[in-house]
Design a protein. Structure first.
Length: 195
């Protein structure tokens, strides 16, 4: 079953586009986009195990650290550059988003919302960092170094003049679409399109 953010991303990507997926993992998103949108896709990942899975899934993939080396991608060489559920593991999110905007015409980013009410309640009641389906690691073994809320992300976009073109705030309990009212509290994850 495809992740909810993959379905939304697929709806945003225009057919026959050229897509770069940063932190592509096993290449599942690029497979979906190839099948549903007839895209030409390339993935980037640092994990050899994930690269092998991507190659097994017939995905073109580059082995590199997205924190350090994206300068070999030419300006505006992709229609979309995607960072799906990996923003929180990036060393410098602002620098990476600037690079993504240099490489692509549009940027799509999805991330787990630390402002989600269940995460807040977990921290309040247990006094410990929350472990959720979106963030399944203990604080000491997590790759996540930059957790944020939807409000944090929007403020960072404003400060850096990143223009939010579209957004979907979702929860596993909400199948009807984007959460609009108190989205920072009720949104479990967020997906933004930026120019």
């Amino acid at each position: 079953m495809a992740r909810k953010d993959f379905k939304i991303i697929s709806n945003w990507v225009k057919p026959n586009s050229k897509v770069l997926d940063l932190g592509c993992g096993d290449g599942n998103l690029l497979q979906i986009l190839s099948k549903e949108r007839n895209i030409t896709g390339y993935g980037v990942d640092i994990s050899i195990d994930k690269i092998i899975k991507s190659l097994d899934n017939n995905i073109n993939v580059v082995h590199t650290d997205i924190n350090k080396k994206l300068d070999y991608f030419k300006d505006k060489s992709f229609d979309y550059v995607i960072l799906a559920q990996s923003l929180q593991v990036v060393d410098n999110p602002v620098n990476l988003i600037n690079e993504m905007l240099r490489i692509g015409n549009e940027v799509i980013i999805s991330f787990p919302n630390m402002g989600y009410w269940k995460s807040r309640l977990y921290l309040f009641l247990k006094g410990k960092m929350p472990i959720t389906s979106e963030l399944p690691f203990s604080w000491h073994s997590t790759p996540n170094i930059h957790l944020c809320t939807i409000k944090d992300f929007k403020e960072m976009c404003d400060l850096n003049q990143f223009v939010i073109v579209d957004e979907v705030i979702s929860s596993n309990n909400n199948e009807k679409g984007s959460i609009r009212l108190l989205s920072n509290l009720f949104g479990e994850s967020a997906i933004f399109k930026i120019k």
